[in-house]
Write a protein that binds this ligand. Sequence first.
Ligand code: GLU
Length: 480
Amino acid sequence: MTDIRVRFAPSPTGAPHVGNIRTALFGYLWARHTGGKFILRIEDTDQAREVENGLELILESLRVLGLQWDEGPDVGGPYGPYEQSKRLPLYQEHTARLIAQGQAYYCYCTEERLARMRADQKARGEQTRYDYHCRNLSEAERAERERAGAPKVVRLAVPRGGKTTLRDFIHGDLTIENKNVDDQVLLKSDGFPTYHLAVVVDDHLMKISHVMRGDDWIPSFPKHVLLYQAFGWDIPPHGHLPNVLGPDKKKLSKRHGATSVMQFRDEGYLTEALLNFLARLGWSYDDKSEVFARDQLIDLFTLDKIEHAPAIFDLAKLDWLNGYYIRALSDDDFAARAAPFVPQTDAATLRALAPLTKERVKKLNEIPALVDFLFEEDLEYDPQTLIGKGMDAASALAALRAARATLDKHVSFDDEEKIEAELRADAEKLGMKNLQFFGALRVAVTGKTVSPPLMSSMRILGREKTLRRIARAISALEYL
Ligand code: GLU
């Protein structure tokens, strides 16, 4: 087998979309599975579409998922530079070579002429495409335009007859008529390459062994194959990966919510869950397995298991996986990952909270709402919430007074079981349901009707704060 070299080749046009990062992940997995190289190449030849921190957003997206690249703009490598804007002379040399071989030509057509040409083609109900005008120029006509210094581009002279077979290891073979392929622009008038030229030259020079990219590039594939043929180069295996669609079967976009891995991270999704989830967008090991750790993905990932049907981005599944991975964290690990979401607390408290909250959240950003009662001095809430179903102010008051008397007898709240048994006995004595008694106590202590387990909450909150809150709740009810 040749050395496996797979590239991720994003354009720095903004935070990469999760669909794009899924493509990066497949490349990474295939490289790691085979012991090959994962290469990052920045396709920055369309300067109008670039955003200022585009490169950083790409690097950060890959880092969020731990997709470490072996060669790239920042780490270098034997086939650099890895930013296309720094490779302009290479593209120019390569087009010069094609021109010398008669496989490419200068085109001097103005924008106005091209617009007219397209309008005429449309009016005749034809597909719009270049009409070979400059391909047919005589030497004299060409020389005249050169003398006049007319702006020019370079176009590929696509064979006008014959057929070409496109091989795609995901979609199978497709044979096309060469005459249907446009004489595409290779080099623009500003000396920059088009995507089509740059991608072929770079995949060849960087010795890419497998090209994987989104299937929205399928329409460009004939152009690339013909360009490989013009250069006389072997075409590495190409696979066009299934598109990622929203649950409504439309292309995933901002309408569907977060679209970058940074956004998902900031919402409290774990790397493990994102990695697992993205790997399953267009790849499946069998028809039942859903949970895959990074090592397993690397171990099991093969190209023949890539699917060709579009992948559906199912947020409910991501939430499920995230909950699964959160529950699996050790208490220490949970505390460390939760820390940025609850900055007002310390590591020891977070660790104490871990067993109480792990089971109750699907995302780390749900933790604050669950535990913020611990960090507030005094709670502000509507005293009516202390009065549960089937209770009145008097019975809520009786419950809280009994609870206070019981709790007051304990110097520490560590023995949760004992305290709970005593409080249950209080409820029974008052002829109240546990739900009513503990409901009032829960609201008094946490300010919420839903909270982490009450006994543990009181233990972590501490005796003094707990009793103070109950006292305040009692006086609120007394003044009702
Ligand atoms: N620069 C292209 C993009 O942003 C890369 C396509 C390819 O991988 O060939 O999607």
